[in-house]
Ligand binder design. Sequence first.
Ligand code: FAD
Ligand code: UDP
Length: 367
Amino acid sequence: MGRAYDYLIVGSGLSGAVFAQEAARRGKRCLVLEKRDHIGGNVYTEELAGVTVHRYGAHIFHTDSERVWRYVNSRTACNRFVNSPLAYYRGKLYSLPFSMHTFYQLWGITRPAEARAKLAAETAPYRGREAANLEEQALRMVGPALYETLIKGYTEKQWGRPCRELPAGIIKRLPVRFTFDSNYYTSRYQGIPEAGYTALVAKLLEGAEVRLGSDFLADRAGYRALAGRTVYTGTVDSYFGYAYGPLAYRSLRFVTEVVDEADYQGVAVMNYPDLDAAYTRVIEHKHFAAGRQEKTVVTREYPQAWEAGLEPYYPVNDEANVARYRRYAAEAVDGVLFLGRLARYAYLDMDQAIGAALEAADREFGA
Ligand code: FAD
Ligand code: UDP
């Protein structure tokens, strides 16, 4: 007897949605299962007080990939948002990433040559061998003053562990530059879908059937029997019934409120590196779109330990967990494709998730 669908796609985030679109446009019948009550995964946006709100934290699309940029822009219009976050530390504001603005704010330095000399002196005692942990990496990159002010507290709140026990790689993505450019990203393209990410994902899912509130793990054999092939974008350890033990994740709690004033903080993203505040960031959503609404909506982001029932937002890519992940990754399953941030246990940005889903579709259907 023929199966009802060609593809069962578990998860309606960007990874699942891009794959669904690529399959549907080749005439494949797709069923997308989503355990939440909405599509979009972590890029989900919704309207609140007339403002487009990023329910699961600030999502700023940026990429160097011509292919991914064209793919997104041919399905939705992106604005020209540039991320220039600030950090509030003990009554003073600092620019991120580390640029001439930051060096001026911290040390009163006005010229690049002075800043280079100052950073060279600050980092000299720590240079030499490879950094063994995040603290050593930070001291090598920017020295003790910047580390104490802008990195240590933020990172320890974010990851719930001392910086000396965290992998150096986490902060290698923070740029250090000697110009007054405060664009957080160095990518060639950057912007945010004007209609919100949910509209983009809805467009990607147009050719597929979507079932919300449906957990694949509740009836894996029954669901798998519906289609010849399965694309799985949930957590890889849950797929295998935690056979090699659970992988570690970091979770977050988002507290959102409508504030009865036009402008709360004057910027989309304000970081709070001080341990006095339990949250790491305050997002003011209207600034992602230069909004002029009468009220504003802000979200505070509180990091927390992950436990069953919470969303696993960040993989903890330390040595032990990466080794455990490799054991899961070595388990090939006939007819199942593992895709996305959770199934690959990787800190993928949106463009990487989209790019990987397109490449998986190329392999599946031919480029
Ligand atoms: P997800 O969005 O996690 O989607 C997986 C989906 O599968 C979810 O909807 C989940 O409910 C569903 N699912 C899981 N298990 C099951 C199951 N058993 N049955 C049914 N459904 C299931 N990237 C950027 O490029 N720029 C940013 O500024 C940025 N900011 C971020 C901020 C935060 C706080 C976080 C957590 C991530 C951020 N990212 C950012 C990364 C971005 O969110 C990801 O690249 C993207 O969401 C990955 O999509 P995905 O489909 O792989 O995963
Ligand atoms: N980070 C920091 N201070 C900041 C912002 C970031 O020390 O003000 C560190 C922190 O360890 C964080 C990492 O840099 O986990 C990467 O930050 P980014 O904002 O790029 O990551 P996101 O959480 O948005 O994915």
